[in-house]
Design a protein around this ligand. Structure first.
Ligand code: SF4
Length: 362
């Protein structure tokens, strides 16, 4: 039978062997691939959600040095955890890591369960992450389907299904599950091999590198010339834009920070006091006066934009020297205490402005 005649369902099975061989000789040497420790694999998977490999490497090493075991993570002070996560974004991931670490300690005596459903029940672990840990750490036949796998499958099968549709993901999970290798050693790397192919060969930006792809002979997208137009993804809803005014106020060498609420976006992290809407300098001065502060000197006006998954902040910030007591929940923070307070990267422009005023680097 010619490969063109294969049905879409069985294209993954003939790809299995060439793909595994390709992975064994071409995979990037990444620290989380040198271990079978589920704790280390899990930390890498959570960090890699929404973050590129190159950006994760340093964080991963520092995190594991600080918390080498699941017990160490479970007992870590929250400020230290957040500080180590600072800059990675999506901070709920870090909180869920700690919650899951506590659950592993309490429910499983510090040993990750070698069971897909038990992994899935842990905080912050969804179908993809449970599959990734179950397969890579324990050699279980669980699929792990991320954006890379969805792209490879869409091209391999010349499939125009919308990859944003959960049904497409479920179909991909079923396809990967049905093509799972027999041996435990192969099962540990099968998901990774599909993901690696998507990350390095069947790439998301720019043309796929079909000339070096182990799927080239089987790939309907390549054979029919449709690969580059795939996968199909329905456009997302527009993000909600929020205007806000950031008050970067300095008093005798200290900057005002306050804690964000314990739930919602960037929960519990430190921020510059801010107000909804775009205020003029005069309006900002009057808002500060309402809070018991007098502007002694305006230093700078800085605009910045930060994009989250579902919203955008359009910020206008005023850097000012002030006098007065200020609200009780504002913490006057100097360079030394700054190191203990996790200020999210959404405010990076304003943190830099404060350090410039201090004439130092963070
Ligand atoms: Fe992607 Fe080309 Fe490989 Fe098909 S042959 S999976 S389009 S890189």
């Amino acid at each position: 039978m010619k490969h063109e005649e294969l049905t879409t369902e069985n294209r993954l099975a003939p790809l299995r062997r060439p793909l595994l061989d390709w992975f064994r000789s071409n995979a990037r040497d990444l620290p989380w691939r040198r271990t079978r420790d589920p704790y280390r694999i899990w930390v890498s998977e959570i960090m890699l959600q929404q973050t590129r490999v190159a950006a994760v490497l340093g964080y991963y090493a520092r995190f594991l040095e600080a918390f080498p075991t699941v017990e160490a993570l479970a007992g870590a002070p929250e400020e230290r955890l957040m500080k180590l996560w600072e800059g990675l974004g999506y901070y709920s991931r870090a909180r869920n890591l700690q919650k899951a670490a506590a659950a592993v300690c309490e429910q499983y005596g510090g040993q990750f369960p070698a069971d897909y459903d038990a992994l899935l029940a842990l905080p912050g672990i969804g179908e993809y992450t449970a599959g990734a840990i179950a397969s890579a750490a324990f050699g279980l036949p669980a699929p792990a389907v991320d954006g890379n796998v969805l792209r490879v499958l869409a091209r391999l099968h010349d499939d125009r299904s919308d990859i944003a549709d959960p049904k497409t993901r479920q179909a991909a999970r079923a396809a990967v599950a049905s093509a799972m290798p027999e041996s435990e050693a192969d099962r540990r790397i099968f998901n990774q091999a599909l993901m690696e192919l998507g990350a390095t060969v069947c790439v998301p930006n720019g043309p796929p590198r079909c000339e070096v792809c182990p799927a080239a002979e089987l790939c309907l997208g390549r054979l029919r010339g449709t690969a580059e137009a795939l996968p199909v993804k329905a456009p997302k809803k527009a993000r909600q834009a929020e205007e806000m005014t950031v008050l970067v106020v300095l008093r005798e060498g200290q900057a005002a920070l306050r804690r964000r609420p314990g739930t919602g976006l960037l929960a519990g992290l430190w921020e510059f006091p801010n107000l909804p809407g775009t205020l003029t300098e005069q309006e900002a001065a009057s808002a500060l006066a309402d809070r018991g502060l007098t502007v002694k000197a305006w230093k700078k006006k800085l605009t910045a934009k930060h994009i989250f998954t579902h919203r955008e902040w359009h910020m206008t910030g005023y850097v000012a020297e002030v006098s007065g007591a200020g609200p009780e929940d504002w913490q006057w923070t100097g360079p030394r205490e700054w190191a203990d307070r996790a200020v999210p990267s959404a405010f990076a422009r304003y943190s830099e402005a404060v350090w410039e005023e201090w004439g130092a680097a963070p």
